[in-house]
Design a protein around this ligand. Structure first.
Ligand SMILES: Nc1nc2c(ncn2[C@@H]2O[C@H](COP(=O)(O)OP(=O)(O)OP(=O)(O)O)[C@@H](O)[C@H]2O)c(=O)[nH]1
Length: 782
């Protein structure tokens, strides 16, 4: 059978691969298909139509590189005379689209389409994954009038028919169009989008477009404003809409659906109407372009490649949300916190997840993160929960960010751009510093020792509050932000099951260990000892012992040694008394301690001992020594005269400057009083006024001790002299020595401590390229 009397199976090879891309190019271009014509047929495009047409044409491939979509199209002919039914079955199963060709001048060949070909194809394909069909009426050169009305009823009856086209293989009329339609049927099928019988979009399509509308509605007012429509247009089609085009679109919608447009823009109804109009007018490639841009595949499911972009996480590294992702999540929070009370009430929270196929957070989340008095998740809690997901299950985090449309709204390649993969923990330990922000603390303790209460205290709940929590809503995790030496870190507490027989490898993997015992239960300390000896005695992990329920009568623990003695022996900080039975919020000190130990694991020897003999005690004594305090005090006196940072702002800088009626100029005044020079500022600007001065103010507030920095370079004033001193080699040498003293713990150094201290010249002579002296000194401040 030839093209003229049978059917062609156009197998758009590699289609799956191309289609799997979340954002395939929008549409096929006629021009490119026309350009592939020379390779399209052995004889149709030859100079002359052959007198004898062979039964079957050899397979032809339209190469990928001649189409903008980069989709190679493999055209397979079938001949009843030369091929078996099995071969036909095989070709049908491989085909992405089938063209059924009949002769327009032969009624019987058209009847065969419905009596033979369509039932045969349908028998061999799944009802849910029907191959699109194109009806091709060939030999149009032999008839004077179109016979299209003869096929309309067939098209109405079989929804799998995408379109029909009349052509002439002899004079090449509509041949390239036929293949254009065939490719289009595969790349932009109507089937998943539209129900021709009901003349409306299918529910899955409406659902997908509704999600797209919600994501594009950046201010969440249920209207796509001109700016939002432009943003949508730009991200989907890489060019903004001309203002007139925008008005025309709204006009068309308003004419057909008055509710579709309101004063501020396009409503959801209008947005959906616009798409059904595209589809009805055969421009479904436009709707597909939008859908694919937002991650949908041919079944209108979010594609796996979209939801789970590749992200390499080497062993010993952890995953955190980066700054841009936090900003994005902040905008998501703000967008849904409609009453702006700083928390998401249940209906606001539900709205956040309206763009998800399921509700990702259960009621346990409200007991994992900070909430307000109503139990609604605060902004801090919202971000904390995202931090938790990113740390514990980064794939899930990628998926969730995908539902929220992160890559589209933040204009990033994929959700992977939201994740920071941290440096290996081993390298952090070697370098004695870390950039990590999230730390995991596993909490161990015997049954009833108070682990859950400890976790709840971390998110600000005392015993009374905890009594209101339902058992089924309890969580084994709690996460909150803590400040470690002025830096915001997230500490993630994980309550570990008390049964030691069920301890898994992952239960022992964390950044800091918290061992809890109940001071009122004489047997509970023994449990901590067993955990410590079994799992952590030889490990480098910092451990902290917490003596819970310190408000109760303390019982003598049933163990050979007291908890304090045990801690001293095993070089662990002394037990921290703790109680959640408080009137107000329980203390946070212990959590800051845990976070600090996690952030600086190499400092694990701090505050652990008071023997006054060991290296640690000697170091501690030195750091607390009068000599050092005197140096520090001198520096402070030298650098700080007043403690409140001040900034002088010279307003209305857009106007002519007048000489100020004062003995000295503002600049001289500032210099004299060690205040930064006046900052010229004007709000009389065309765009938003500059934010620099506010950043400066915030920086000064955050780092008040740095108030003298970056203010002057005269090299004469107090500030410059101080700056020079702070940057001097002498100070750097002090710092280097301190580090050497504390960390390298040369016992020989300490054994002859007097000689070391007396040889002060050598002490100050070494230099170091390390940074600020104060940052290191604060580390050791008692
Ligand atoms: N008085 C007092 N009671 C506390 C304190 N902390 C916890 N409790 C009580 O101790 C009991 C056990 O506390 P949980 O936090 O459930 O102990 P747990 O270790 O999580 O227990 P399991 O989950 O069974 O292993 C509860 O009845 C708490 O109310 C505290 O600081 N003071």
């Amino acid at each position: 059978m030839t093209l003229i009397s049978g059917f062609l199976a156009a197998n758009v090879r590699d289609f799956k691969q191309t289609n799997s891309s979340p954002r395939p190019t929008e549409q096929l271009l006629h021009a490119d298909l026309i350009s592939v014509q020379p390779g399209f047929s052995l004889y149709q495009l030859s100079e002359e139509f052959p007198a004898v047409v062979p039964y079957k044409v050899e397979e032809i491939t339209i190469p990928a590189d001649v189409t903008p979509e980069r989709v190679p199209t493999h055209i397979v002919d079938y001949s009843e005379a030369e091929q078996t039914d099995e071969q036909l079955d095989q070709e049908i199963s491989k085909a992405n689209v089938i063209c059924i060709v009949y002769a327009v001048n032969n009624r019987k060949s058209l009847e065969k389409v419905t009596s033979h070909w369509i039932p045969l194809i349908n028998e061999r394909t799944d009802k849910d994954s029907r191959v699109p069909l194109i009806l091709v009426g060939n030999k149009s050169d032999l008839v004077e009038q179109s016979s299209m009305e003869n096929v309309l009823h067939i098209m109405n009856k079989y929804t799998e028919i995408e379109t029909c086209v009349e052509c002439s293989a002899k004079n090449l009329k509509n041949i390239s169009e036929m293949f254009y339609y065939a490719q289009k049927a595969v790349l932009h099928p109507t089937g998943p989008l539209y129900c021709p019988e009901g003349k409306q979009m299918k529910p899955a399509c409406v659902r997908a477009l509704t999600r797209i509308f919600r994501i594009s509605d950046l201010d969440n007012n249920s209207i796509l404003s001109d700016a939002e429509l432009n943003f949508f247009q730009r991200v989907c089609f890489s060019s903004p809409l001309a203002p007139q085009a925008l008005e025309d679109v709204k006009k068309v919608v308003k004419k057909n659906m008055p509710d579709g447009v309101c004063e501020d823009g396009l409503t959801l109804q209008g947005f959906l109407f616009l798409h059904s109009l595209f589809i009805q007018r055969g421009r479904h490639e436009t709707t597909w372009a939008v859908l694919r841009h937002f991650g949908y595949d041919n079944d209108l499911e979010l594609h796996q490649d979209y939801l789970f972009p590749p992200l390499k996480i080497p062993a010993d590294c952890s995953t955190e949300l980066n700054h841009n992702a936090s900003l994005f999540l902040q905008s998501v929070f703000d967008k849904h916190d409609k009453d702006q009370d700083g928390a998401l009430n249940p209906s606001e929270l539900k709205e956040v997840f309206d763009v998800f196929p399921y509700m990702p957070w259960g009621p346990d989340v409200n007991n994992t993160v900070c909430t307000n008095d109503h139990g609604w998740i605060t902004y801090q809690g919202f971000i904390s929960q995202w931090m938790l997901t990113t740390y514990l299950d980064v794939q899930r985090c990628l998926e969730y960010l995908g539902y929220l449309g992160y890559s589209i709204v933040a204009e990033q390649e994929s959700q992977a751009a939201a994740i920071t993969v941290t440096r290996s923990k081993c390298v952090d330990l070697q370098q004695k510093q870390t950039q990590r922000c999230v730390f995991l603390c596993n909490v161990f303790g015997s049954s009833g020792s108070g682990k859950s209460s400890f976790l709840q205290a971390f998110i600000g709940r005392n015993l009374n509050h905890q009594k209101t929590i339902r058992d089924e809503h309890k969580s084994h995790y709690a996460i909150n932000a803590v400040h470690v030496y002025g830096q915001e870190k997230y500490l993630l507490l994980h309550e570990i099951c008390s049964d030691l027989d069920f301890l898994s490898e992952s239960d022992l993997c964390c950044d800091v260990v918290c061992l809890i015992y109940d001071v009122s239960d004489p047997d509970s300390f023994d449990y901590c000892v067993r955990v410590f000896m079994q799992c952590f005695v030889d490990s480098k992990l910092p451990c902290l012992m917490v003596a819970m329920k310190s408000d109760l009568q303390e019982e003598k623990q049933q163990h050979d040694v007291t908890p304090l003695e045990f801690c001293r022996t095993h070089v662990v900080p002394p037990p921290q008394a703790y109680s959640v039975n408080t009137v107000t919020t329980p203390s946070r000190d212990v959590f800051i301690k845990l976070a600090t130990m996690a952030t600086y694991p190499h400092l694990r020897l701090r505050c652990m001992c008071t023997c006054n003999r060991c290296t640690f005690c000697l170091c501690q004594n030195f750091l607390n020594s009068e000599v050092l305090h005197a140096v520090k005090a001198k520096l402070y006196t030298l650098v700080f005269s007043s403690k409140l940072p001040c900034l002088m702002v010279a307003m209305k800088s857009d106007l002519q400057e007048e000489k100020q009626q004062h003995d000295v100029t503002p600049l001289e005044f500032c210099r004299t009083h060690v205040v930064p020079p006046p900052q010229a500022y004007s709000v009389n600007t065309v765009t938003t006024p500059s934010r620099d001065v506010f950043i400066k103010l915030a920086t000064m507030a955050t780092y008040p001790h740095l108030r003298l920095r970056c203010m002057c370079t005269c090299n004469r004033c107090t500030f410059c002299l101080c700056q020079n001193f702070l940057n001097s080699e002498v100070l750097h040498a002090v710092k280097a020595k301190l580090y050497t003293l504390v960390f390298s713990r040369f016992s020989s150094f300490f054994s002859s401590s007097s000689s070391s201290f007396s040889s002060s010249s050598s002490f100050f002579s070494s230099s170091s390229s390390s940074s600020s002296f104060f940052s290191s000194s604060t580390l050791f401040c008692p």
